[in-house]
Design a protein around this ligand. Structure first.
Ligand code: COA
Length: 188
């Protein structure tokens, strides 16, 4: 079976968002700056879990507009070859301006640079915006029964306990294509 892998055209960068934003790492206590955007994106147990994960995740990336966090990604490295987009949220006042896509492209680039071969993400089955966003970057739904990424599929049974999937969520995945990216600055 041939597997879809991330679509990437040579030389094409991420689509520029409508806003002139700067992407930064949020580190240590600075991560709290991402809380308002997460609160705007999630309710109930998701909100609680997103805030908790914000503090412990491998990386938190933020899009800043005039110094204010307008979108945030919470990224976990589940294994050396596996990245996980835990949470992605854009402030309500800046949706559909390209920020979610920008942060997802940024996450994929970071995972690739860090040696990942696959990237997963979870989304609620009814979250049309989220499903469309992941699909637009080549992610596809991962069937629970399929073989693991090591065996050529995208199944992730061994990793699911670390992904904190809840009822109503589906798992998405993409296999990263191409060689490891050019060396960049050291990652924290
Ligand atoms: C999902 C979310 C992060 C998208 O952020 P965004 O900044 O509005 O997304 P973008 O403007 O970059 O959109 C990128 C692509 O995603 C898709 N998309 C985004 N919002 C969409 C919507 N409301 N309906 C349909 N498709 C949508 C489109 O394919 C879009 O590309 P296009 O604008 O060229 O059509 C945002 O809606 C959000 O914060 N939702 C709440 C939190 C959440 O559900 N997070 C995802 C699960 S962790």
């Amino acid at each position: 079976m041939s597997l879809p892998s991330e679509t990437r055209s040579e030389g094409a960068g991420p689509k520029a968002p409508g806003l002139p934003v700067e992407l930064v790492d949020l580190v240590g206590p600075d991560r709290e700056r991402g809380v308002p955007v997460l609160k705007g994106g999630f309710v109930g147990i998701y909100r609680w879990h997103a805030k908790r994960t914000l503090r412990t995740a491998t990386w938190v990336r933020a899009a800043l507009f005039r110094g204010e966090v307008v979108a945030v990604s919470v990224l976990e490295r589940l294994a050396p070859e596996v990245g996980y987009v835990y949470y992605l949220s854009t402030s309500l006042s800046h949706r559909r301006e390209g920020l979610g896509g920008l942060l997802l492209d940024d996450a994929i680039a970071r995972f690739r640079r860090d040696g990942a071969q696959v990237v997963y993400a979870a989304a609620e089955e009814e979250n049309a915006a989220s499903l469309a966003l992941f699909r637009s970057r080549g992610f596809r739904m991962v069937d629970r029964k399929e073989t693991s990424y090591r065996e050529g599929g995208l199944g992730a049974w061994g990793l699911r306990s670390r992904m904190t999937l809840v009822g109503g969520e589906v798992l998405f995945g993409v296999r990263l294509s191409g060689a490891p990216a050019e060396p960049g600055p050291p990652l924290r």
